[in-house]
Write a protein that binds this ligand. Structure first.
Ligand SMILES: Nc1ncnc2c1ncn2[C@@H]1O[C@H](COP(=O)(O)OP(=O)(O)OP(=O)(O)O)[C@@H](O)[C@H]1O
Length: 760
């Protein structure tokens, strides 16, 4: 590359930055204006909603007005948000306007055209030409996929063909080109090396400048209703799906918004870790939920066992557990419902009480249910029962209003409460005190019986737990009665095991025709190996219109046995009833240095499937000692050494208990030390100690595994150790107190530098 070329390119960068600066000024002014508008609407909204605060329930007119104001407020703040995002994008572009250039020669043209590719599109100030093409634009696909020569790329109007005559890559930092070269590769290793060599911070980076071809397939896939990505640790699964979300949002602006996409993430730390990627690409974040959060909402009042608790307790699956987590149990739920349809099984009705006395008895509810036509589906029959009960309740309000308890309670009300009860009426509206009392009694009975209404509305007249208890007893399991009993016992403590959640939710949803969310168009599941088949069946039921993208690495499975990718696809395809499934396998591990990846893959029986990316670094180290005190000294030294070099240092343990112990050991001896639990949602810098399941999806500059001795790890811990090792980007150190666990295979030992201290 000549100096002349560099100067020409730098001159173009300068011109683009000038245009960006002008647009930043305009956008800032627009943000200011939009902010003033939002404030004005907000003020108006506040004033309007306070007028009829006490009467909101009664006055439909004010409700409509509030609704309109709310919409206006939403629009105004949405508008402000869009402008703010535009401004943030411009500021991002100002720093590094683009990373690629392609020169293409379209059929019939004499001169090639140069297109520059960056994280967002930018037009010149008179809007006549693109200065930068968004990396998601159809033509940009050529940059990621094409080698020089004739290339085709998909567009909304079908396939287009062009000739790629030049592909140039840039690194631009603070508006200055620091590196630039022409390449025929898809995206050259040189830039990738630089991207991967950087130090870690608390947030995941966007990878748009260096997307690899196989990742591009995931990102630009718009046709599959099920995309299963099986990728080794650090192969860019998470990165690819985040860019995929950005891609989908860009291509379906009119029909898809970020609120219609949900990502099931492995833990709260991960949610925070990835939270900057989409905003940096100028997009709103999708919804994020952890499985625990999702279940918490569906089992209010109960403490649902989390994946972590389950992991802390028990890693081996027993046959009952296996069955309750299988797709077969969900079929059993459907069969149970068919029996209910045929009336061989009855819904578990429960008496609805009011003032501690039965208001609607279970028998009464049952008789209403029995009177419904047999041809009706169970859910419809139950709905008809609910409606009949609500109707009956309305009649009963009139009756109850005449009863003594109402008169007694009315007598005890304060003047203020009475005034509130009168609503918009005044005493003058009534022609006699009796008339007034009658009105107040009706209002009061209505108000008090609201609890009964709510109970009916929320289906509290069906005891779903009792129903599930009964269902468990019907299962083809050896100890079905005991399992059902254990479920009930737990319930008394307001607890529920993870294994029961999917079948129970499914049973409840099918009976009550609820729990279904049709708003979501895309569901992404990260770390699918932690989801049982039963849970996947449930999620498919809960999001019936969504396309699923699920990512996993069966080597990192904490609970379920290893499965071959093709087998996994077949299973998931059946579970999710997918018509256009696609499996993408990623084998190249980008995160760690070659030395670390080579060590990690040697731990696995089929590790040769993993391809290390050639970025060299230190050989992983194993420090062995026989003595407890010496081990402690070594650990402290190792931590200090790593910390002197790197910003993020993580000590990964098997569980929370060990994490706490190590914390106590290091407390006061290491600065900036934090121990994390599953309640934590932010990732501090410095030295952190955390159980491995919380480190899923995360990465650190240096990883220290405090104890890989025989006592600390068994052969069953292969997946665990692999997950631990593969979190390290640049440095990996293992320590052992006594003889090393066989989990470190002979092949792996050859790839590690062993240091023995004071072994007798
Ligand atoms: N094409 C790429 N360009 C630059 N960096 C990349 C690329 N692909 C992956 N990386 C980097 O490699 C690391 C691992 O990526 P990511 O976390 O997406 O992998 P993963 O497959 O989800 O990993 P795991 O399953 O181990 O959590 C990240 O630092 C990511 O930025």
């Amino acid at each position: 590359m000549t100096d002349q070329e560099l100067q020409t390119e730098q001159a173009r960068v300068d011109l683009v930055i000038q245009a960006i600066d002008e647009q930043i000024i305009q956008t800032k002014a627009a943000v200011k204006k939009a902010h003033a508008e939002t404030r004005a609407v907000e003020k108006n909204y506040g004033a309007n909603t306070s007028i009829n605060r006490y009467e909101i329930d009664d006055i439909a007119e004010s409700r409509a007005e509030i609704e309109q104001q709310r919409r206006l407020l939403f629009q105004a703040s949405e508008n402000e948000d869009i402008l703010k995002r535009q401004l943030a994008t411009l500021q991002e572009l100002r720093h590094s306007p683009y990373f690629g250039r392609i020169d293409i020669l379209d059929p019939g043209e004499k001169e090639p055209e140069s297109l520059y590719i960056g994280v967002a599109s930018l037009m010149n100030n008179d809007k006549s030409d693109f200065l930068i093409y968004d990396w998601r634009a159809p033509i940009s696909g050529v940059y990621y996929n094409g080698t020089l020569g004739t290339v085709t790329y998909p567009t909304p109007n079908g396939s287009q063909t062009t000739k790629l005559v030049k592909k140039r890559q840039f690194t631009i930092v603070n508006g200055k080109i620091t590196n630039m070269f022409d390449t025929n590769e898809t995206v050259g290793d040189e830039m990738l090396q630089a991207a991967l060599g950087r130090q870690n911070d608390q947030y995941m980076q966007s990878i748009v400048a260096t997307i690899q071809q196989e990742q591009n397939d995931i990102i630009r896939n718009t046709t599959s209703d099920l995309l299963v990505v099986q990728g080794v640790a650090g192969s860019g699964k998470t990165s690819a799906i985040l860019q995929r979300i950005a891609y989908l949002l860009f291509h379906s602006r009119d029909s898809l918004n970020a609120d219609q996409i949900v990502l099931f993430s492995p833990n709260l730390l991960f949610s925070q870790y990835i939270s900057q990627v989409l905003p940096k690409l100028g997009e709103k974040n999708m919804r994020q939920v952890t499985l625990a959060g999702f279940l918490r909402r569906r089992f209010e009042g109960l403490k649902v066992e989390t994946l972590f608790e389950r992991y802390e307790k028990d890693t081996a699956s027993n046959p009952t557990q296996k069955y309750l987590e299988s797709a077969a149990v969900m079929k059993a739920v459907e069969a149970y419902l068919a029996n209910m349809q045929a009336k061989t099984v009855q819904p578990a009705f429960i008496t609805v009480t009011f003032n501690e006395t039965p208001f609607f008895t279970a028998d009464h509810i049952q008789s209403i249910y029995d009177a419904q036509p047999a041809s009706m589906a169970v859910a419809d029959r139950l709905l008809a029962t609910k409606n009949a009960l609500i109707k009956e309740l309305k009649g009963r309000i009139r009756e109850e209003a005449k009863k003594d308890w109402v008169a007694k309670e009315l007598d005890e009300l304060t003047t203020q409460q009475i005034t509130k009860l009168m609503g918009k009426h005044s005493v003058d509206d009534f022609n006699s005190p009796d008339h007034l009392n009658h009105y107040l009694a009706r209002r009061w009975a209505h108000k008090r019986l609201r609890t009964v209404y709510d109970a009916l509305f929320n289906n509290y007249f069906i005891d779903f737990y009792a129903q599930y208890h009964h269902f468990l007893q019907t299962l083809p399991l050896e100890h079905a009665n005991q399992i059902a009993k254990a479920f009930y016992n737990q319930l008394e403590w307001h607890q529920i095991s993870l294994v029961h959640t999917a079948p129970l939710m499914y049973l409840r949803d099918l009976m009550s025709a609820s729990g279904i969310n049709r708003a979501f168009q895309y569901v992404f599941i990260d770390e699918m190996q932690d989801y049982s088949p039963a849970m996947l069946v449930y999620l498919h039921h809960a999001f019936p219109l969504a396309k699923f993208t699920i990512l996993g690495d069966s080597e990192q499975a904490l609970f379920y046995p290893l499965k071959l990718p093709a087998e996994l696809l077949k299973q998931t395809q059946t579970i999710l009833a997918a018509k256009h499934p696609r499996l993408v396998t990623l084998r190249r591990a980008y995160r760690s240095t070659k030395e670390i990846t080579d060590f990690a893959k040697a731990l696995l029986p089929d590790g040769d499937q993993i391809v290390s990316f050639t970025r060299h670094g230190e050989v992983p180290e194993l420090i062995m000692t026989n003595k407890g005190e010496e081990w402690q000294v070594n650990l402290i030294e190792t931590v200090k050494k790593a910390r002197s070099k790197y910003a993020t240092v993580a000590l990964l343990t098997k569980n929370q208990g060990v994490a706490q112990k190590i914390y106590q050991l290091l407390y006061g001896k290491i600065a900036k030390l934090t121990v994390l639990s599953d309640q934590d949602s932010s990732l501090p810098t410095g030295v952190i100690i955390l159980p491995t399941y919380l480190a899923k999806g995360l990465e650190f500059d240096a990883v220290i595994i405090p104890d890989v001795s025989q006592q600390a790890m068994s052969l069953d811990d292969t997946g665990l150790l692999y997950t631990m090792a593969s979190r390290a980007m640049h440095q990996l150190t293992l320590l052992s107190q006594g003889p090393v666990s066989p989990v470190i295979t002979p092949a792996a030992r050859k790839l590690i530098q062993i240091k023995m201290t004071n072994l007798q």
